[in-house]
Structures are given as structure tokens and as C-alpha cells.
Write a protein that binds this ligand. Structure first.
Ligand code: ADP
Ligand code: ASP
Ligand code: MG
Length: 593
């Protein structure tokens, strides 16, 4: 008899009728011969109500007390759910995170799970109970109640499924599954039959709020099959399966996401030397600000311009930290812009196809949308745009990649290579200790790429589209793209292509750049790309910092950066590639898998 974990989000337990409907689902599953663990969230918007209440008393609630407060929302739901199941004639027991034995670290309001004991859960299951676990909470070693961060019940559910070696983890929510983009923003959004871990990780961290990112990290690490379905569906319609393969292998883009409230910070006059990135990002890591879209424009006269984005809510803390760094690094000029949003296209298919990014840029150009910054990873292109154009930009890319239409070449569900391979029980137990720890899978040196830089790109729509269309027309595979707009309204666009294509790409870009009144186009074959791969690269904000520190200690200057959920890449000069690789291997020695 297998175990099924069923998680019900806030809207799915918002009132007594919904609680009864969820209870019936669990009972039905038990009657089909499974053991059932339910994970429930606070009813409706209850967590928001509690946050608001705290806010009426203080603008700085102590994090410990915030956790004490917020955990009560889930406690209400589990008790009511147990009553509902009893009323319907089945046996149920409700448990808080502490009662189950979900041990976390002590970082209140964003705690990480360290271990989960299964003894009590199994005993209740073997006694025929449906176990109802409070989502999003745990306890630290001093028995303080902790919470995992907003939306964290998904993570509780997948983590419980992992330790119990459940047959499946079903996530019941208020939409039919994972969509190509948020269906509440784009009416044409389409439900996907399946989405890969890597894609949903990128989508979730870029603003697709349907799943808590850390739950997907667990799913991937421990091989848990995840199904996202609508709790209101009577027919148990198949929702979306999250596993190793995407819905379609051929499609370059699977989904698009919007991070609406971003802010852009730009530092000019930064010394272009080893250690600068380390000083800056250690400081930001120290105040727990997650940074994205890092753009370093290749320096002139020993000075560089570094820009990056943070969530708008982190802007004040970021500016404070940056001001401190400015004192350390000398005469730095800081500018910031809050009214910006990030639009990202995500798809496993783009890693092996030419001519993807240029289609995004063309879709924006046709709508007159100016791109303020660009960064990429293997399976994602992010563009920063003005907030008032963000919705229009999201719709434009959704339609450009025809995401409303089902792909023609769907991956079949019978395809064995698509199945998640669960690790052996011994493996899971061995990895249970500190289950949310960072694990680094690999560190690589890539010497196959060269870089092209178009300088002084005017701040008008359509330029990136023209440049990358020209490169795509030659069938040249573009790897990293980085663009940032400087204080003078001028941008540099840098991108990497295979070394053997550098001359061809430079040749096609030169006339285009001249026509568009850009500055000189230069190229550099003497570069190396160092990459660190793992799971949870973004949620463990320290990875970039550790890389910058290791490289700076070895006297290596970081020339370009790009990051994703799965990896951080840095470009360094070719003659320092091997030394950089050694430095990184030593720096991650303790976490390499
Ligand atoms: P729950 O309370 O069940 O955890 P959430 O509100 O956390 O539900 O997540 C569901 C919501 O996520 C949906 O109502 C939808 O608006 C939003 N969402 C954002 N992006 C997507 C997407 N790509 N697919 C599906 N839903 C999405
Ligand atoms: N109730 C918590 C929240 O609203 C956890 C969750 O719903 O996943 O963030
Ligand atoms: Mg949620």
C-alpha cells in the first residue's frame, strides 16, 4: 500500500464546504487503498490578515514572534480538517510541524528544513489515520516555532513525500495546473500537461507563484513525482505533472513569467579589478538581499559599471548596503530606478536552438517596448522593461511563441526516460540530515566561447532585435547575453558564441551596429567561462559570493556574470581559466556531491 501526500492551498480550504470537499478527496484516496498524508495551508487569506494585524502594532515585528503568529493559521486549518474527516466517518489526526518533528534551522520567517522524523507519521498511518500536517512550519533545536517563508506549504508537502517515499505528491490549488504564464494576467495562458523541474524552478523564481521554488528543489533532489491539480475539479482531471522532461522537446520556450516589482541599481566608476564584485555582493549577501540580472559593462580606463536588480521591497536595504560599499571602493556613483519589471522566457529547448532570444526582442520592438537590460542563462532570457509596459511585454512574448497552442510533438507519458528515478531508500536517509543544504553537482571550465561587445547602443526600442536577428540568420548559437543601460542612456551589449563563430558573428553585427548608430563592435577570443552547477543555487544566495571571493583571492577579475536556478557562470580571461577552476574547486570542496 503506497503513500499519497495531498496538499491543499489557502483557497482550497477557505470555508467549511471547501474543507469538507478536501476531506472527501482524501477519504476517497484512502478508500482506494492508499495511506494519505494531507498538508494544509491557512484558510483563505488568513496569513495576510495576520501579517496585517502585526503591522498595525509595529513596523518591525520580531521574526520569532512573527513565526509564532503566522503558524497559527495552519493550526486552525488542520484541526478543522481533522474534525471534517471524523464527521465523514473516517479516522484522522492533526499534527503541527513540531509534533511531526520537522526540524529547521533558526532563520525565522525563512527557515530551512534540516530533518524530518517519520516515526510518528508512520505510526498514525499504520493505525489507519489520515494524517493532517500543518504546512509551512517547523521547530528549531530550541523548540522555537519557525516558518519556511510565504507559500512554504508546498515545500512541507514535497519534503514529507520525499521522506515517506510517497508514490506521489498532489498539490491542489485554485487553477487547473501549471500554465504557460499566470492565467490571471494573460487570458490565453494554457495549462501544460507536463513541465520539467528545471523549467518550473526558473518560472517560479521569476514570479510564477503557483509553486514554492524550494518544493521543486526537493522534488528534483529526491525524485518525488508532483502533480498540480485544481481542488475544485470534480472529475479529478489530470493537472500538470512536474518531472524530468518538458512538455515538448522541440519547443524553444515553455513558459513566460513576470516579476512585476523590480528595482534597478547602477554603480558607475567602479574599480575594474579583482575583489570588487566580492566586496559588493558579500555586503548584499550579508543583508540577505537576493540579487538578479547582474551586468558588468566591460571597463574603460580601469573603471567599470556594475548594475543589478533586486525586488523593489529590498531597495532601501540595498541602497544602504551599497552606500557602505561605496565608501570602501572609492568614488562610486549610485543611481537607482524603481519603476521596472522583469519579463522572462523559459524553456529547456532554447539550450540547443539558435534564434530564440531575437524573437523575444523583436516581439518587444514591434510593440515599441524598450529593453533596459538583458541577462540569460541556458534555459532563460530575462529582459527588464518599464513597469507600465510590463503586461504588454508579457502578452507579446506569450503570443510570439504561440504558447496558447499545444505543442505538436508532445513527450509521451509512456516515455521511460521521462520518469523520475527516485533515489534508493538508503540514499534518502543518508541525505536527510540537513535536507535543504546546498549541494554542488559540478564545476566546469568552458574554453570554447568567445565574446563580442557592441558598445554605445542607443536607448531606443528594436536594437537588440536587429543585432540578434543578424546573428540568428547565420545560424550561430548565442550563449550568454548581457546588456545594461548606463547613466548616459547608452548600453553595451555583450554576448558569447563558439570561438569558431566569433569572426562571422562580428562581421554580420558590424554593419547592423553602424546602421543603428552604435559605437564600435569589438571581440575577444581570449575568454573562459567558469560555471558552478547545483540545486538551489539562487535560494542559497551565498553561491555567487563564494565564487567571487575565491576568484578575487586568486587575483582573477570577473568580466561577465550570469546566473540561474541551476548554475552561476562567470567570464574570466582565458589565461586564468585553469587557475579559476582550481580556486572554485577548493572553495566548494565541502559541498560538492
Ligand atoms: P495556493 O494557495 O493553492 O498555494 P497560490 O496562490 O500560491 O495557491 O498559487 C496559485 C496561483 O498562482 C494561481 O491562482 C495563479 O494566479 C498563480 N500563478 C502564477 N503563475 C502561474 C502559472 N504559470 N501557472 C498557474 N498559476 C500561476
Ligand atoms: N499560509 C502560508 C502563506 O500564505 C503558507 C502557504 O500558503 O503555503 O504564505
Ligand atoms: Mg501557494
Amino acid at each position: 500500500m503506497g503513500i499519497i501526500v495531498q496538499k491543499f492551498g489557502g483557497t482550497s480550504v477557505a470555508d467549511a464546504d471547501k474543507i469538507l470537499a478536501a476531506a472527501r478527496k482524501a477519504i476517497r484516496t484512502q478508500q482506494q487503498g492508499h495511506q494519505v498524508v494531507m498538508v494544509v495551508s491557512a484558510m483563505g487569506k488568513n496569513t495576510d490578515v495576520l501579517v496585517d494585524l502585526a503591522g498595525q502594532l509595529t513596523s518591525k515585528p520580531p521574526a520569532r514572534e512573527m513565526d509564532m503568529l503566522l503558524s497559527t493559521g495552519e493550526q486552525v486549518s488542520v484541526a478543522l480538517m481533522a474534525m471534517a474527516i471524523n464527521e465523514l466517518g473516517s479516522k484522522a489526526v492533526s499534527l503541527t510541524g513540531g509534533q511531526i518533528g520537522i526540524k529547521t534551522d533558526s532563520s525565522h520567517t525563512k527557515a530551512r528544513i534540516q530533518s524530518i522524523s517519520t516515526e510518528r507519521l508512520r505510526k498514525h498511518l499504520d493505525d489507519g489515520h489520515i494524517v493532517i500536517a500543518a504546512g509551512f512550519q517547523g521547530i528549531d533545536e530550541d523548540f522555537n516555532i519557525t516558518t519556511l517563508g510565504r507559500g512554504g506549504s508546498d515545500t512541507t508537502a514535497v519534503a514529507l513525500a520525499a521522506v515517506l517515499q510517497a508514490d506521489a505528491c498532489e498539490i491542489y490549488t485554485d487553477v487547473d495546473g501549471v500554465f504557460t504564464t499566470d492565467p490571471r494576467i494573460v487570458a490565453e495562458a494554457r495549462k501544460m500537461d507536463r513541465v520539467s523541474h528545471d523549467e518550473i524552478l526558473e518560472l517560479a523564481s521569476m514570479g510564477a507563484g503557483v509553486m514554492h521554488s524550494r518544493s521543486i528543489e526537493f522534488g528534483k533532489k529526491f525524485g518525488v513525482p508532483i502533480h498540480v491539480c485544481n481542488s475544485a475539479s470534480f472529475s479529478d482531471e489530470p493537472g500538470t505533472v512536474i518531472d524530468l522532461l518538458p512538455e515538448s522537446i522541440d519547443r524553444p520556450v515553455s513558459g513566460v513569467a513576470l516579476t512585476k516589482n523590480e528595482a534597478w541599481i547602477s554603480l558607475a566608476n567602479v574599480p575594474d579589478q579583482p575583489g570588487t564584485m566580492d566586496t559588493l555582493f558579500s555586503k548584499l549577501g550579508g543583508v540577505n538581499v537576493a540579487v538578479d540580472m547582474i551586468v558588468q559593462n566591460v571597463g574603460k580606463g580601469g573603471k567599470a559599471e556594475v548594475s543589478f536588480t533586486v525586488l523593489e521591497s529590498d531597495l532601501p536595504a540595498t541602497l544602504n548596503a551599497v552606500n557602505d560599499v561605496a565608501n570602501e571602493l572609492g568614488d562610486i556613483e549610485i543611481t537607482s530606478e524603481a519603476n521596472v519589471s522583469k519579463v522572462s522566457i523559459v524553456g529547456l529547448g532554447m539550450a540547443t536552438q539558435t534564434g530564440v532570444a531575437d524573437r523575444m526582442f523583436r516581439a518587444f520592438a514591434d510593440e515599441g517596448i524598450n529593453i533596459l537590460a538583458i541577462t540569460t542563462s541556458q534555459i532563460k532570457v530575462s529582459a527588464l522593461v518599464r513597469r507600465e509596459q510590463a503586461m504588454q511585454a508579457l502578452r507579446a512574448v506569450h503570443s510570439e511563441f504561440q504558447l496558447d497552442k499545444p505543442p505538436k510533438d508532445r513527450v509521451s507519458f509512456g516515455d521511460k526516460s521521462a520518469a523520475v528515478q527516485p533515489p534508493s531508500p538508503i540514499d534518502v536517509v543518508a541525505r536527510l540530515q540537513r535536507m535543504e543544504d546546498l549541494t554542488i553537482d559540478d564545476i566546469q571550465l568552458d574554453e570554447s566561447q568567445g565574446r563580442i561587445t557592441v558598445s554605445h547602443v542607443p536607448d531606443t526600442p528594436g536594437i537588440a532585435a536587429e543585432i540578434f536577428e543578424a546573428v540568428a540568420a547565420e545560424n550561430i548559437m548565442v550563449d550568454m547575453i548581457v546588456q545594461g543601460t548606463g547613466r548616459d542612456g547608452m548600453a553595451n551589449i555583450s554576448f558569447t558564441v563558439p570561438k569558431e563563430s566569433v569572426s562571422a558573428a562580428t562581421e554580420v553585427v558590424r554593419p547592423v551596429a553602424a546602421n543603428l548608430e552604435c559605437g564600435p563592435v569589438t571581440h575577444d577570443k581570449q575568454i573562459a567561462i567558469l560555471s558552478v552547477f547545483g540545486i538551489g543555487i539562487r535560494t542559497h544566495t551565498g553561491v555567487g559570493v563564494r565564487m567571487f571571493q575565491a576568484l578575487s583571492r586568486t587575483g582573477i577579475n570577473v568580466e561577465m556574470v550570469s546566473s540561474s536556478e541551476m548554475r552561476v557562470n562567470v567570464v574570466v580571461s582565458a589565461d586564468r581559466g585553469q587557475a579559476g577552476l582550481k580556486a572554485l574547486q577548493a572553495a566548494f570542496d565541502d559541498v560538492i556531491g
